[in-house]
Design a protein around this ligand. Structure first.
Ligand code: SAM
Length: 273
């Protein structure tokens, strides 16, 4: 698989599974306008399903992902900014402009974590689309490489060099105005103001004309943390809040409230031109 950054560890079980125990192939049939791939339930190689061993293996992998996500959060709380991966409902909402676009597109996902959104992107990824998946954590990148991008839905894109894993901070990706869609999973509300500004500056440079940035934030999080925080933390939250609010006012063209997520989240879609 084409990659930028450190070489990954090898090995591990080759599995595809639906993150929230949801039948992704059946679900996307009703919604996605883009090309769809039917995901095999089972071990990803022979499509077996329903037997106890496969179910136990899926469960073990899912628990492993959640555990790795949580330990990453405990090690880097402000970099991860969430204690659990996003839900299928959020993955659907944040990919909506891309799914509805209907033309070959270049997509960048930043802050992919254990890949709930990446996995969903695989089900709507078109034969001429390109996808770069960026994750700063080496442990979470290993999971993406081993358990997410090995899904059959990505096989052709990876073989043709249209799907890449970028093991670097998002800000180090060359910003050449080439992405039609940037799906941002970064915990912006937990970042210092300068980092939020750097991320927005990068995204604005990396988006093609008319490109769309989509991101999510937990409902009420900014308001609650502003009310509860003290001292310098409160100053930071106020500054970030003002900066995000201005961008939302000036550039947001759509917003969805997703209650089937823990915690519930607003998904925001912005265009800068
Ligand atoms: C809130 S988690 C979201 C994970 C996933 N997208 C989801 O929805 O479950 C944020 C992720 O962003 C990653 N991250 C933080 N800063 C980053 C950066 N500068 N570049 C790339 N990834 C970053 C973290 O390691 C973490 O996996």
């Amino acid at each position: 698989m084409p990659q930028i950054g450190r070489r990954p560890r090898r090995g591990g079980v080759w599995l595809t599974y639906d993150y929230n125990g949801f039948d992704m192939a059946a679900h996307t049939n009703g919604h996605a306008k883009r090309h769809r791939h039917s995901l095999k339930q089972g071990d990803g190689r022979n499509g077996e399903s329903g037997n106890g061993v496969a179910v136990a293996a899926k469960l073990k992998t899912a628990i492993g992902h959640r555990w790795e996500f949580l330990t990453n959060y405990l090690r880097h709380p402000t970099r991860v900014g969430a204690i659990a991966p996003s839900s299928q409902a959020l993955a659907e909402a944040i990919t909506e402009p891309y799914r509805n676009h209907g033309k070959p597109s270049k997509v960048l996902e930043i802050g992919a974590g254990t890949g709930p959104v990446t996995r969903y992107l695989g089900t709507v990824f078109g034969p001429k689309d390109r996808l770069d998946v960026c994750e700063i954590s080496s442990e979470l990148s290993d999971i993406l490489e081993r358990d997410v991008l090995t899904a059959p839905s990505f096989a052709r894109g990876i073989a043709e060099g249209r799907v890449r894993l970028l093991r670097v901070p998002a800000q180090q990706i060359p910003a050449d105005q080439s992405y039609d869609f940037i799906i941002c999973g970064l915990p912006l509300t937990a970042f210092p103001l300068q980092d939020v500004k750097d991320v927005f500056a990068f995204i604005r440079k990396a988006l093609a004309p008319d490109g769309v940035m989509s991101y999510f934030e937990y409902i009420g999080f900014r308001r609650t943390s502003r009310a509860l925080a003290l001292g310098r933390r409160r100053d930071r939250i106020r500054e970030v809040h003002a900066y995000l609010s201005r961008n939302i006012r000036e550039h947001q063209f759509d917003r969805r409230s997703i209650y089937q997520n823990l915690p519930p989240a607003h998904v925001r879609h912005l265009r800068f031109d």
